[in-house]
Design a binder for this molecule. Structure first.
Ligand code: FAD
Ligand code: SF4
Length: 515
């Protein structure tokens, strides 16, 4: 059968509900390829490598079972060119199709590579080319662009309210269900005695054979592969089971303990759905609709449930969609943002977890073990420390992009440079998420077993977060001094006596010199 068209499916485009797959067509060949260009563009956590390739292989098997024609390149195949332009050229030579089709890649890097390959096919082979939408995100450019002012994105809150209005999710009589748009203030409890969180549903499976293939190919990695019991969802049905279990048993605790951190509790009441969402095994709209369908009526009469439900929907339909749009309108320049001119090297212990700052040791150790840390660990521990210490955002990006199971540049960089490092100068966050030990001590049990004292600013065993916090504000006063949301801390700093300020700065300088 001659081939009319080849269609590329990237490793994070495993969306079986895409309109491409509505009916079979023998004139179309789908192309999927495990590529060294993708395994090697940054240093990845071993579980991320396994999880993506294993989900790709299951998706490929599903496609074939549904009768679609597929050309699949495995990592170790001798004829695998290991990059997309050459892989696509190989398939074009094999089949001489009239047309090349692809779905808009989420990542700018891939968008450029694939678009250039398409231009080449059009120019040199006289092929017709067509780019399709990925049919994944809830928000369109038309939902976001009109909210921008002078090229600046709206606040997340403004965008989120507009999305609530547009979708009708958590709305009642034209206003927010329960009368409030935002329940963040109700969602800030540390883990307490009342907590009785049901553990997450996971799908441990043996991927040793795949892991051996990855290692045999010579791919560099870090972190614990856990290949004999890797537990991230491998296909849509597992992803739906995780979602279902979370909604039924764990969402009720999501809001209250959303910001809590606890030793030996890597997952708490978080959804663990980001990997499945980002490779598109499930869609954000189905997640949000499933949550609302199940709980909206009950939430209308149960404030705790409403706070949880709203908090969860805010993450998926608010933050996730918002970051997608910020990335779209601000790349490629966003990659170069370094508003605070941070240039210190990332400490080596980010790659080992071996530090006596217990909150960092716990959060990094857990990330190396599970390829996962929840939002507050990423923001207020590893991210906060990096910002306070003035670490080069390129290096923070590389770490965040490599270590997390869900890290793809569009959602990693906006969170890292924007939300956590303030490297975009306030595009995503209205003020830096900078915090001293007081916050970490309030929201976690980490300080209890730390050799540092969270209540001291300098001297002896004073917690470095405290002096670094003031050092950060002091050294960045030129950039941050005019931010009215920082007026209080600057006032406090100015009220410290001269010798107190000097002692704080000296303690922080000594600590920074030891990194
Ligand atoms: P839950 O806490 O259960 O939240 C539910 C879902 O909401 C998540 O699965 C995710 O899809 C979405 N969500 C929540 N917060 C955000 C956010 N700020 N931005 C976008 N989506 C959000 N998320 C990624 O998917 N990939 C990344 O590479 C990534 N890097 C991050 C880096 C830093 C420095 C920070 C502070 C956050 C980052 N996040 C990233 C956001 C967030 O930490 C993860 O989405 C979340 O921890 C995933 O775990 P979960 O599924 O259990 O999430
Ligand atoms: Fe982290 Fe400081 Fe608390 Fe130790 S005392 S766990 S370093 S915040």
């Amino acid at each position: 059968m001659s081939v009319r068209s080849i269609r590329l499916i990237l490793g994070d485009q495993l969306n079986i509900n895409h309109s491409w797959f509505e009916k079979g067509d023998d004139g179309i060949i789908y192309v999927m390829a495990e590529q060294r260009s993708e395994t090697d563009y940054t240093l990845h956590h071993a579980q991320k490598l396994i999880a993506v390739l294993s989900a790709m292989r299951r998706f490929a098997a599903d496609l074939e079972a549904r009768g679609h024609r597929l050309r699949y390149f495995r990592l170790g195949d001798a004829d695998n060119p290991q990059n997309f332009p050459d892989t696509l050229a190989t398939v074009v030579q094999e089949h001489k199709p009239a047309r090349f089709e692809w779905q808009t890649p989420d990542e700018y890097r891939l968008q450029r590579i694939i678009a250039q390959a398409a231009e080449g096919f059009e120019r040199e082979e006289g092929m017709e080319v067509r780019e399709w939408g990925s049919e994944h995100f809830i928000a369109k450019a038309a939902d976001f662009d009109p909210l921008m002012k002078n090229g600046k994105p709206p606040t997340m809150e403004r965008f989120y309210r507009a999305m609530r209005g547009k979708t009708g999710i958590l709305m009642s009589d034209g206003g927010p269900l329960g009368g409030r748009w935002n329940y963040d203030a109700d969602n800030r409890s540390p883990l307490d005695d009342q907590a009785d969180i049901i553990p997450p549903l996971r799908h441990p499976r043996d991927e040793t054979a795949l892991w051996d293939e990855i290692k045999a190919a010579g791919v560099r990695f870090f972190g614990n592969p856990n290949a004999s019991a890797i537990a991230w969802p491998a296909d849509r049905s597992q992803a739906l089971e995780v979602l279902e279990h979370f909604l039924e048993h764990r969402l009720v605790d999501f809001g209250r303990y959303q910001d809590a951190m606890a030793t030996g509790e890597p997952f708490l009441a978080h959804g663990l759905i980001s990997f499945a969402l980002n490779v598109k095994l499930i869609s954000p709209m189905e997640v949000v609709e499933a949550a609302a369908r199940r709980w909206e009526r009950h939430a209308a009469v149960d404030p705790r449930l409403l706070a949880s439900l709203e908090g969860f929907i805010r993450q998926v339909m608010g933050w996730r969609e918002y970051m997608r749009q910020v990335y779209r309108v601000s790349m490629p320049g966003y990659e170069r943002n370094n508003a605070l001119s941070a240039k210190r090297n990332l400490p080596d212990w980010y790659w080992s977890g071996e530090t006596d700052l217990n909150c960092l040791s716990q959060s990094i150790g857990q990330s190396l073990e599970h390829a996962y840390a929840h939002h507050i660990q990423r923001l207020m521990v590893t991210g906060n420390f990096a910002m306070l210490a003035g670490i080069d955002p390129d290096q923070v990006d590389q770490w965040d992009l490599g270590v997390y199971i869900d890290a793809f540049q569009w959602v990693e960089i906006t969170n890292t440079r924007g939300m956590s490092q303030y490297a975009d100068g306030g595009m995503v966050a209205t003020k830096p998420y900078a915090a001293s030990a007081r916050y970490i001590n309030r929201m976690s049990d980490y300080c209890k077993s730390c050799r540092f004292n969270p209540n001291k600013r300098h001297g002896g065993d004073a917690c470095p977060f405290n002096s670094l916090y003031w050092h950060f504000l002091h050294r960045n006063r030129d950039v941050l001094g005019g931010n009215h949301r920082l007026a209080m801390p600057y006032k406090t700093w100015d009220r410290f006596g001269e010798s107190e300020r000097r002692a704080i700065i000296e303690y922080a300088d000594d600590f920074l010199a030891s990194l």
